[in-house]
Design a protein around this ligand. Structure first.
Ligand SMILES: [Zn+2]
Length: 152
């Protein structure tokens, strides 16, 4: 698995800043899809900052269809990706709309490896789908996402 740290290359707000947390607060690894056919961490960051008015990109990691993992926020950043689970959540977004199609094998392999790595460092954390977060009203990460393939 290749992780590319592109935090410095992403749009972020000049005036707003995300809160931070100690790493011990991490308790949920939240799996998302982008809900789009394409897109890149840069385009998602631009949208989150300029259309939604957020301090920066909402996700901590973005996984492209070819299985490359992009690191987009520090794990200490309390970014916005799953209302009700942001404080202790790590947001992992797979690029694609999995209500229409399935993630690629490369994406699922990278996700499994990334989750394994994160669980190694944060053993108490729970893997959840965005739609499983209490109070959420979304199908994210899509009805065709193969949830049975997750290491949980
Ligand atoms: Zn989501």
């Amino acid at each position: 698995m290749r992780i590319i740290d592109i935090r410095e290359d992403l749009a972020r707000s000049r005036s707003r800043k995300y809160a931070t947390r100690p790493l011990r607060k991490i308790e949920k690894l939240v799996v998302h899809h982008s809900g789009t056919r394409g897109g890149t961490p840069k385009s998602f960051a631009w949208y989150h900052v300029h259309a939604r008015g957020w301090p920066g990109i909402g996700y901590h990691y973005v996984i492209s269809p070819d299985g490359v993992v992009f690191k987009t926020n520090a794990l200490t950043t309390v970014s916005y990706h799953a209302r009700g689970a942001n404080l202790g959540g790590v947001g992992i977004c797979l690029v694609g709309d999995f209500n229409r199609s399935e993630p690629t094998d490369a994406q699922m392999e990278a996700l499994t490896e990334l989750l394994g790595l994160l669980l190694h460092h944060h053993p108490g954390a729970e893997i959840v789908l965005h739609r499983e977060v209490k109070g959420s009203r979304t199908s994210c990460p899509g009805l065709k996402f193969p949830a049975e393939g997750l290491p949980r």
